[in-house]
Design a protein around this ligand. Structure first.
Ligand code: C2E
Ligand code: CA
Ligand code: CA
Length: 723
C-alpha cells in the first residue's frame, strides 16, 4: 500500500497544481481590469523578453538533453522530440526578437511578424508532438541520421524567415493594433487546442504504460491549452491574460522537460538500480542453489564437503558420517514418477530434521541419499542408538495422495579417524556400508574394508555390462516347466546369463540388479524378449510341440515409455502367436496399482499371459490380485524348499494354492528339488512345476536335443509317485 502511495505521489502533486492553476485563473479572470498593465506599460517589452528567454532556455534544454541521450537510448522518438524542440526554440528566438517594441533587428519589429512566429511555433509544437506520438518506437542506428534530423530546424527557421520577411507580406495579419487577435489567429489557436485535445486522448488511453510520464505530458497539455485560451481572449499585450498565457506556456514546457528528463534519464537510471537489485537477489539465490538441494532444501554435497573440511580437525575426538537411503526408493521413483518420489524425499527430509539433534548437520548427497555428520561420536553404541531412533521415526508410513509409502531407512556408518581421514573417503565408505545394509535385518551397518573391494568390483561389472549386448556376451538358458497332469513340457522360463570374457558365466542374480540400477536393463530386457521369442519359433521349425516361453520383466522395463508397443513390435516382427509368450512380473511392481493395471490390461489385449513371480515374498497387500488381469501365480522357491521343515511355509503354500483355485489362476511352483516337495504339491492340485528335479536351465540346443528324454524322465517321476 505504501509502495503504491509512493509510486503515485505524483498524482497528488498534479492535482495540487491543477487547483493552484484554477485559483490563479479565477483571481485573474475576476480582477483582470485591476491587473491591466500592472507592470507598467514601459516594462512590458522587457518582461516579455524575460519570459521568452526562460521559454527558450527550457526548449533548448530539452533539445540538448535529447541530443545527448539519444546515443544511449537510441530511440527515434527521443531524437524527434529533441529536433522538434530545437525548431520551437529557434522560432521562439525569432518571435522574441520580432516582438513589437524590440529594437531594430534585420527589420523593424512588428506584431505581424511576432504573432506569425508565435502561431507557427505553436502549431509546429502541437502537430509535431501528435505526429511523434503516432510513430512507432524504433531504435536508431546511424549517427549521421542524428545529425541529419538535428539540422532540419535550421532549414525550417530559414524558410520561415524568408516567408515572414518577404518584401511584400504574403500572410494576412493576425493581430490588429488596438483591436486584438483576428479570427484567423483565434482559429489557428483552436487548431492547436484541438491537436492537444487529441494528444490528451491518446495519452489517457496509454496511461497504464508509463503513468508518471503520461501524467506529466497531460499536465503539460493542459497548461498549453490554458495558455492558448488566454492568448485568444486577451485584449492587448498589457492584458494580464497575455502575461499569464506566457507563464502557462513556460510551465507547460517545464513539465514537458520533466517528462523528457524522466523518460530519458531518471527512468533508465531507476531501471538500472532495479536491475542491480535483481542481480543481487539472483546472486544470493544462485549461491543458495549452489549449496542446497532443490527438492529438500537441505545443504548439498558441496556444503557438506566444505563444512567437513572446516570441522573434521577443528576439535579432537571421534566423529562419524551416516549415510541414509530410503528402501526401494528407485522402485518407488520408477513406478510413481519423480514428483511423488520428490514429495516423499522432502517429507522424509522433514522427519529426519525433526528427529535429529540440531547440532548434527543433515545434508543431501546426489538425489536420494541423506548424509548426517556427527561431530562428536562418543561410542558405536551411541551411534547405533541414534540410527535406530531415526528408523523408528520413519515407521509411520508417508501419505502422498492416495499412496501410503514406507520410508524405511538403510543406514551405513563410517568413523573418523578409524575408517578414513579424508572427507570424501568417509562419505564414500558410509555410502558403501549403506548399500550393504539392505542385506542385514537391522538395516544398519558400520563400514568394513571388504566393502570397498565389493563396490569397486560392482562398478567394473557395470562398466563391462554396457558392452555385453554388442559383444554378444549374453545368452539365454531355458528351464522346462512340467505339467503335472500329463508330464509334458509345454512351457519354459527364459533365464539370462552373461558370459563375461574374463570372469566366465555370471548369474543374473548378480548382474540384473546392476543393470536395473544403471538403466541398462532396458536394452537387455528387449534383447531377452526378442531372443526368447525367436527361440520359440526355431523350436517350432525344428518340429518340437508348441512351447510357451516365460520372460522375466524388471520394474524399470515395465515403466519404460513404450513397453507395450515394444512387445507388440517384437511379436509382429517375429510373427509369434502372442499366446506363446508369458510375462513374469513381481509384486514389487504393485506400488502404483493404477498405472500397473492400465499397462497390464494393454499387454493382455495383445494376447500374452501374465504371471506373478516370487509370489508371497513381496511387501504388498494382495488387493491388487482383483484388479490385475493375471493368469498365473509362481510360488517362490524359498517356500517350496521349506515345505518339509517349516509349518508356516507349508501353510503359505496351501493358502496360495487355495487362493489361486478360487481366483481361477494357474499355479507354477518353482525350485522343486526333491520328490517329497513334488508329492506335497501334487496333493495340493498344483498344475505346473519347475525345478532341478526335472531339469536345470538348459542351453536351447540341449533342450531341443533332449526334449523327448526330459519329457520321458518327467513322466517317469510322476508315474512312480502315482503308484
Ligand atoms: P526367478 O525368476 O525366480 O528365476 C528362477 C531362478 O531359480 C533361476 O535362477 C533358476 O535357475 C533357479 N532355479 C530353478 N529351479 C531351481 C531349483 O530347483 N533349485 C534352485 N536352488 N534354484 C532353481 P537364475 O537363473 O539364477 O535367475 C535368478 C533371477 O534372475 C531370476 O529369478 C530372475 O529374477 C532374474 N532373471 C533371470 N533372467 C532374467 C531376465 O531375462 N530378465 C530379468 N529381468 N530378470 C531375470
Ligand atoms: Ca521368473
Ligand atoms: Ca521366481
Amino acid at each position: 500500500m505504501w509502495e503504491l502511495n509512493k509510486q503515485y505521489s505524483f498524482v497528488r502533486q498534479g492535482i495540487q497544481y491543477i487547483i493552484y492553476s484554477i485559483v490563479i485563473l479565477l483571481i485573474i479572470g475576476y480582477w483582470s481590469e485591476e491587473f491591466y498593465a500592472i507592470f507598467g506599460k514601459n516594462n512590458y517589452v522587457s518582461i516579455h523578453l524575460l519570459m521568452e528567454i526562460l521559454i527558450i532556455v527550457v526548449t533548448m534544454t530539452i533539445a540538448i538533453q535529447s541530443w545527448l541521450t539519444t546515443p544511449y537510448i537510441l530511440s527515434n522518438k527521443t531524437l524527434y522530440i529533441g529536433a522538434l524542440f530545437l525548431t520551437c526554440s529557434f522560432i521562439e528566438v525569432a518571435h522574441a526578437l520580432a516582438y513589437k517594441g524590440m529594437p531594430f533587428f534585420i527589420t523593424e519589429s512588428s506584431s505581424y511578424a511576432a504573432t506569425w512566429f508565435y502561431i507557427i511555433g505553436r502549431l509546429v509544437l502541437s502537430c509535431g508532438i501528435l505526429g511523434i506520438f503516432c510513430l512507432k518506437e524504433k531504435p536508431i542506428q546511424k549517427n549521421t541520421y542524428r545529425w541529419f534530423i538535428y539540422s532540419t530546424p535550421l532549414f525550417v527557421i530559414v524558410a520561415l524567415l524568408m516567408l515572414i520577411y518577404a518584401p511584400n507580406p504574403v500572410l494576412p495579419p493576425l493581430v490588429i493594433d488596438g483591436v486584438g487577435p483576428t479570427t484567423l489567429k483565434t482559429s489557428l489557436q483552436y487548431v492547436a487546442i484541438v491537436c492537444h485535445l487529441v494528444i490528451m486522448y491518446i495519452l489517457i488511453t496509454k496511461i497504464n504504460n508509463a503513468p508518471k510520464i503520461i501524467f506529466l505530458l497531460l499536465g503539460s497539455s493542459i497548461y498549453l491549452i490554458i495558455s492558448d485560451i488566454l492568448f485568444t481572449i486577451y485584449r492587448d499585450v498589457y492584458d494580464i491574460k497575455n502575461f499569464l498565457g506566457h507563464i502557462f506556456q513556460l510551465s507547460s514546457f517545464y513539465l514537458l522537460f520533466k517528462a523528457v528528463y524522466f523518460s530519458s534519464i531518471e527512468k533508465p537510471f531507476r531501471e538500472l538500480l532495479e536491475m542491480q537489485k535483481h542481480l543481487e537477489k539472483s546472486r544470493e539465490k544462485m549461491h543458495h542453489m549452489a549449496y542446497h538441494n532443490e527438492v529438500t532444501n537441505l545443504p548439498n554435497e558441496r556444503f557438506l564437503m566444505e563444512s567437513l573440511q572446516k570441522n573434521l580437525y577443528k576439535t579432537k575426538g571421534n566423529k562419524a558420517i551416516l549415510a541414509l537411503e530410503i528402501e526401494r526408493f528407485s522402485a518407488i521413483k520408477a513406478s510413481l514418477g519423480s514428483s511423488y518420489a520428490d514429495k516423499l524425499l522432502s517429507m522424509v527430509a522433514q522427519r529426519l530434521k525433526d528427529s535429529l539433534p540440531e547440532k548434527y548437520l543433515l545434508s543431501m548427497q546426489r538425489e536420494d541419499c541423506f548424509i548426517v555428520f556427527l561431530d562428536e561420536a562418543k561410542s558405536t553404541q551411541q551411534i547405533m542408538q541414534l540410527c535406530k531412533q531415526l528408523q523408528v521415526a520413519m515407521l509411520e508410513s508417508f501419505q502422498i495422495q492416495h499412496f501410503s509409502l514406507n520410508g524405511n531407512l538403510n543406514i551405513g556408518i563410517s568413523l573418523f579417524p578409524t575408517d578414513a581421514y579424508k572427507e570424501e573417503e568417509l562419505v564414500r565408505y558410509a555410502v558403501y556400508a549403506m548399500h550393504e545394509a539392505s542385506k542385514v535385518p537391522s538395516r544398519i551397518l558400520f563400514y568394513e574394508t571388504s566393502m570397498s573391494s565389493e563396490i569397486t568390483e560392482k562398478l567394473i561389472l557395470e562398466n563391462d555390462l554396457h558392452h555385453a549386448i554388442d559383444n554378444n556376451e549374453l545368452l539365454l538358458e531355458y528351464q522346462p516347466q512340467v505339467d503335472l497332469q500329463t508330464g509334458q513340457i509345454l512351457s519354459v522360463e527364459a533365464l539370462v546369463r552373461w558370459q563375461h570374457p574374463r570372469k566366465g558365466i555370471i548369474s543374473p542374480g548378480v548382474f540384473i540388479p546392476i543393470a536395473e540400477e544403471s538403466g541398462i536393463i532396458i536394452p537387455i530386457g528387449q534383447w531377452v524378449l526378442e531372443t526368447a521369442c525367436q527361440q520359440v519359433k526355431e523350436w517350432e521349425r525344428a518340429g518340437l510341440p508348441p512351447i510357451k516361453v516365460a520372460v522375466n520383466l524388471s520394474l524399470g522395463q515395465l515403466f519404460q515409455q513404450n513397453i507395450v508397443e515394444m512387445i507388440q513390435h517384437v511379436l509382429e516382427q517375429i510373427e509369434l502367436d502372442p499366446q506363446y509368450l508369458q510375462l513374469e512380473i513381481t509384486e514389487s511392481m504393485t506400488i502404483n496399482i493404477d498405472h500397473m493395471t492400465m499397462i497390464l490390461h494393454q499387454l493382455k489385449a495383445l494376447g500374452v499371459t501374465i504371471a506373478v513371480d516370487d509370489f508371497g515374498t513381496g511387501y504388498s497387500s494382495l488387493s491388487y490380485l482383483k484388479d490385475f488381469p493375471i493368469d498365473c501365480l509362481k510360488i517362490d522357491r524359498s517356500f517350496v524348499q521349506k515345505i518339509q521343515s517349516d509349518e508356516t511355509d507349508k501353510a503359505l503354500v496351501d493358502m496360495i494354492l487355495s487362493m489361486a483355485k478360487h481366483l481361477r489362476l494357474k499355479v507354477v511352483a518353482e525350485g522343486i528339488e526333491e520328490v517329497e516337495q513334488l508329492n506335497y504339491l501334487l496333493a495340493g492340485h498344483c498344475e505346473t512345476v519347475q525345478g532341478f528335479l526335472f531339469s536345470k536351465p538348459l542351453h536351447p540346443s540341449s533342450l531341443q536335443e533332449n526334449y523327448q528324454m526330459l519329457q520321458h524322465n518327467a513322466q517317469n517321476i510322476l508315474e512312480q509317485l502315482h503308484v
